[in-house]
Design a protein. Structure first.
Length: 378
């Protein structure tokens, strides 16, 4: 093992400090909403007076409709098939009214029985992320009465109360830009850190810490990049496929995390870290297979089953780090502090991510926060 590897590399310290500082500075932006300047530019999410029909048909039919209440909302998580949503809308004061669905892999939008847009309905592509908006639908101008209806192909996904946004196109664009700002900043910085670490590794092949750090930051950078909704509106299905498979970056990043600390512990607990790396690698392969077979099981594997593997891994890593503290601290106190700081930061960050994904129905935290603070619910 080289002298450079025995000491914790300075660029890794700087990158960890930079990531922590940026997280502190930009975290308030996750909670900052879009503020309308006049009544006509307010974004609205209508929660009440919707009707639901759990079967196929047409938007103007009279049979099978029932009020969309809390009990009906919970049914979405067990339902697979065609579902309709319909509502008589109040006067829309905005000059340029649009509606954006926040959820839906395949859907059609109707206004007064007239088809406005159809997305991924004919020969549905299964490799589309259900939780990222795919279309902004233009409504007819004027304050005349109108009935909006949506036909969706559903596959046992959760449906929250705020599943749509209606308002001026300019305000929707502002909301998208605001949502994309923080992920774009983190994406650029983390991808740059990954590229630098990879270049250093290519020049010094024996210093594998740089390779694993490049994998961790690369997964994080690509993950933040995949959160950009504006990409979806320009490139559609190529981006939709990318955003569908992006969640595989989570187990890949965990694998890099395990290998990074296994190397940083200077040969301590080699068998333990090798066993954990093999388990994470096998689970990554299992999840990748599910991604091609069934999107529902793929989501379950990422966000419900993976903690059964990730939590024991992090417990064992915590145990090994604590048991090694005396040996590491005697050799290099500063190195041990940086290892501990990085481990705690990444553990807290991943715990926060999983908590938010579970609470927000697998949605991007910044986007949901923007919607909650920037929209009026009616």
């Amino acid at each position: 093992m080289t002298t450079a590897e025995r000491r914790f590399p300075f660029p890794l310290k700087a990158a960890l400090l930079l990531a922590f500082t940026l997280l502190t500075l930009f975290l308030p932006l996750f909670l900052k909403g879009s503020h309308a300047e006049s009544e006509g530019s307010v974004l609205a999410s209508y929660r009440e007076k919707w009707q639901v029909r759990w079967s196929d048909g047409d938007a103007s039919g009279t049979e099978g409709w029932r009020p969309l209440n809390a009990a009906e909302l919970t049914r979405f998580a067990q339902y697979s098939g065609v579902v309709w949503l319909r509502r008589d809308m109040p006067k829309l004061l905005t000059v340029d009214p649009h509606v954006m669905l926040l959820y839906g892999r395949s859907f059609e939008a109707y206004e007064n029985g007239r088809l406005l847009v159809s997305y991924n309905m004919n020969h549905p592509d299964p490799y589309v992320n259900h939780y990222i908006p795919a279309r902004i639908v233009k409504l007819s101008q004027g304050d005349q009465p109108r009935t909006l209806a949506f036909k969706l192909l559903w596959n046992r996904n959760s449906m929250p109360q705020d599943w749509h946004v209606i308002g001026d196109r300019r305000m929707l664009d502002r909301l998208i830009v605001q949502n994309d700002f923080v992920p774009a900043v983190f994406s650029v910085l983390l991808t740059a850190a990954s590229a630098v670490s990879l270049l250093v590794f290519l020049r010094r092949r024996s210093e594998t810490l740089y390779a694993w750090f490049a994998l961790i930051t690369g997964c994080a950078g690509i993950g933040f990049f995949s959160m950009l909704m504006s990409l979806r509106f320009f490139l559609d299905l190529p981006v939709a496929h990318f955003q569908y498979f992006r969640d595989l970056l989570i187990p890949i990043g965990v694998l890099g995390f395990v290998c990074f600390y296994g190397r940083a512990l200077r040969g301590l607990y080699v068998r333990l870290y090798r066993m954990m790396a093999v388990c994470v690698l096998l689970y990554t392969g299992f999840t990748a297979c599910l991604a091609f077979i069934d999107s529902y099981l793929y989501e379950k594997a990422i966000f419900e089953w993976s903690p059964m593997l990730v939590i024991p891994v992090f417990v064992l890593m915590s145990y090994s780090l604590i048991r090694s503290r005396h040996m590491l601290a005697l050799k290099d106190v500063e190195e041990f502090r940086w290892l501990t700081f990085g481990f705690v930061s990444l553990t807290v960050g991943m715990s926060f991510y999983f908590f938010r994904r579970t609470r927000c129905a697998y949605s991007a935290p910044a986007w949901r926060a923007c919607c909650r603070s920037g929209c009026i619910t009616r």
